[in-house]
Design a protein around this ligand. Structure first.
Ligand code: SF4
Length: 133
Protein backbone atom coordinates (compact mmCIF):
# COMPACT_ATOMS: atom_id res chain seq x y z
CA UNK A 1 0.00 0.00 0.00
CA UNK A 2 1.32 3.43 -0.79
CA UNK A 3 1.57 5.96 1.99
CA UNK A 4 1.42 9.70 2.00
CA UNK A 5 5.05 10.52 2.64
CA UNK A 6 4.67 13.63 4.69
CA UNK A 7 7.14 12.28 7.23
CA UNK A 8 9.87 14.62 6.03
CA UNK A 9 7.65 17.66 6.08
CA UNK A 10 6.19 16.77 9.47
CA UNK A 11 9.60 16.39 11.07
CA UNK A 12 10.96 19.50 9.34
CA UNK A 13 8.16 21.40 11.07
CA UNK A 14 8.54 19.31 14.28
CA UNK A 15 4.88 18.62 13.89
CA UNK A 16 3.17 15.65 15.48
CA UNK A 17 -0.24 17.27 15.89
CA UNK A 18 -2.01 14.25 14.48
CA UNK A 19 -0.45 12.02 17.14
CA UNK A 20 -1.77 14.10 20.03
CA UNK A 21 -5.13 13.15 21.46
CA UNK A 22 -5.37 10.70 18.57
CA UNK A 23 -8.62 9.10 17.55
CA UNK A 24 -6.95 6.91 14.93
CA UNK A 25 -8.99 3.88 13.94
CA UNK A 26 -7.20 0.53 13.60
CA UNK A 27 -8.03 -2.37 11.31
CA UNK A 28 -7.52 -5.90 12.57
CA UNK A 29 -4.58 -6.10 10.17
CA UNK A 30 -3.04 -2.99 11.77
CA UNK A 31 -3.41 -4.59 15.20
CA UNK A 32 -1.80 -7.85 14.08
CA UNK A 33 0.99 -5.96 12.37
CA UNK A 34 1.82 -3.96 15.50
CA UNK A 35 1.58 -7.06 17.68
CA UNK A 36 4.11 -8.74 15.40
CA UNK A 37 6.51 -5.89 16.11
CA UNK A 38 6.36 -6.91 19.79
CA UNK A 39 3.56 -4.92 21.44
CA UNK A 40 0.62 -6.32 23.36
CA UNK A 41 -2.81 -5.35 22.01
CA UNK A 42 -4.01 -4.11 25.40
CA UNK A 43 -1.05 -1.71 25.56
CA UNK A 44 -1.87 0.28 22.45
CA UNK A 45 -5.46 -0.46 21.49
CA UNK A 46 -8.99 -0.14 22.85
CA UNK A 47 -12.49 -0.53 21.47
CA UNK A 48 -14.66 2.58 21.59
CA UNK A 49 -18.36 2.76 22.39
CA UNK A 50 -19.21 2.36 18.70
CA UNK A 51 -17.18 -0.82 18.37
CA UNK A 52 -14.17 0.62 16.54
CA UNK A 53 -10.62 -0.32 17.52
CA UNK A 54 -8.54 2.78 18.17
CA UNK A 55 -5.05 3.77 19.26
CA UNK A 56 -4.69 4.45 22.98
CA UNK A 57 -3.51 7.81 24.27
CA UNK A 58 -1.15 8.05 27.21
CA UNK A 59 -0.94 11.50 28.82
CA UNK A 60 -2.99 12.84 25.89
CA UNK A 61 -0.64 11.59 23.14
CA UNK A 62 -0.54 8.37 21.14
CA UNK A 63 0.97 5.42 23.00
CA UNK A 64 3.66 5.29 20.30
CA UNK A 65 4.66 8.96 20.32
CA UNK A 66 7.90 9.54 22.22
CA UNK A 67 9.91 12.78 22.09
CA UNK A 68 7.48 14.02 19.42
CA UNK A 69 8.35 11.09 17.14
CA UNK A 70 6.48 7.98 16.12
CA UNK A 71 8.37 4.99 17.52
CA UNK A 72 6.74 2.58 15.06
CA UNK A 73 6.87 4.84 12.02
CA UNK A 74 7.65 2.06 9.53
CA UNK A 75 4.88 -0.05 11.06
CA UNK A 76 2.33 2.67 11.77
CA UNK A 77 -1.37 1.99 11.15
CA UNK A 78 -2.85 2.54 7.72
CA UNK A 79 -4.91 5.49 8.94
CA UNK A 80 -1.68 7.20 10.01
CA UNK A 81 -0.23 6.55 6.55
CA UNK A 82 -3.21 8.26 4.92
CA UNK A 83 -3.25 11.22 7.30
CA UNK A 84 -4.03 14.13 6.80
CA UNK A 85 -6.32 12.57 4.22
CA UNK A 86 -9.26 11.29 6.21
CA UNK A 87 -12.74 10.02 5.43
CA UNK A 88 -15.24 12.86 5.83
CA UNK A 89 -18.38 11.13 7.11
CA UNK A 90 -20.62 14.16 6.50
CA UNK A 91 -19.55 14.50 2.87
CA UNK A 92 -19.05 10.74 2.43
CA UNK A 93 -15.71 11.20 0.73
CA UNK A 94 -11.98 11.57 1.42
CA UNK A 95 -10.90 15.04 2.50
CA UNK A 96 -8.03 16.83 4.18
CA UNK A 97 -8.28 17.10 7.96
CA UNK A 98 -8.49 20.80 8.74
CA UNK A 99 -6.73 20.20 12.07
CA UNK A 100 -3.48 19.45 10.21
CA UNK A 101 -1.37 22.64 10.01
CA UNK A 102 0.31 21.44 6.81
CA UNK A 103 -2.66 20.79 4.55
CA UNK A 104 -1.72 23.65 2.25
CA UNK A 105 1.24 21.47 1.20
CA UNK A 106 -1.08 18.84 -0.25
CA UNK A 107 -2.79 19.26 -3.59
CA UNK A 108 -6.25 18.04 -4.60
CA UNK A 109 -4.47 15.79 -7.08
CA UNK A 110 -2.64 14.00 -4.25
CA UNK A 111 -5.88 13.62 -2.27
CA UNK A 112 -7.54 12.17 -5.37
CA UNK A 113 -4.68 9.70 -5.88
CA UNK A 114 -5.35 8.22 -2.42
CA UNK A 115 -9.12 8.09 -2.76
CA UNK A 116 -9.40 4.51 -3.98
CA UNK A 117 -7.12 3.06 -1.28
CA UNK A 118 -8.78 5.08 1.47
CA UNK A 119 -12.29 4.04 0.44
CA UNK A 120 -11.17 0.42 0.39
CA UNK A 121 -9.77 0.85 3.90
CA UNK A 122 -13.03 2.43 5.10
CA UNK A 123 -14.98 -0.55 3.75
CA UNK A 124 -12.68 -2.94 5.66
CA UNK A 125 -13.13 -0.95 8.89
CA UNK A 126 -16.94 -0.91 8.53
CA UNK A 127 -17.04 -4.63 7.79
CA UNK A 128 -14.82 -5.45 10.78
CA UNK A 129 -16.98 -3.32 13.05
CA UNK A 130 -20.12 -5.11 11.89
CA UNK A 131 -18.57 -8.51 12.37
CA UNK A 132 -17.28 -7.59 15.84
CA UNK A 133 -20.57 -6.55 17.41
S1 SF4 B 1 1.09 5.37 15.47
FE1 SF4 B 1 2.70 6.86 15.10
S2 SF4 B 1 1.95 8.13 13.40
FE2 SF4 B 1 0.16 7.05 14.25
S3 SF4 B 1 -0.73 8.46 15.79
FE3 SF4 B 1 0.73 7.08 16.86
S4 SF4 B 1 2.68 8.20 16.94
FE4 SF4 B 1 1.37 9.15 15.35
Amino acid sequence: MKSLSLGGICSDFSCASCCKDTQMILSLKDIEHIKNVGFKEEEFCFKDEDGYHKLKNVDDVCFFLKNNKCTIYDHRPRGCKFYPIVFDIDRNKPALDEDCPLIDKISDKIVKSFEKDLLKFVRVIKKEKTSNI
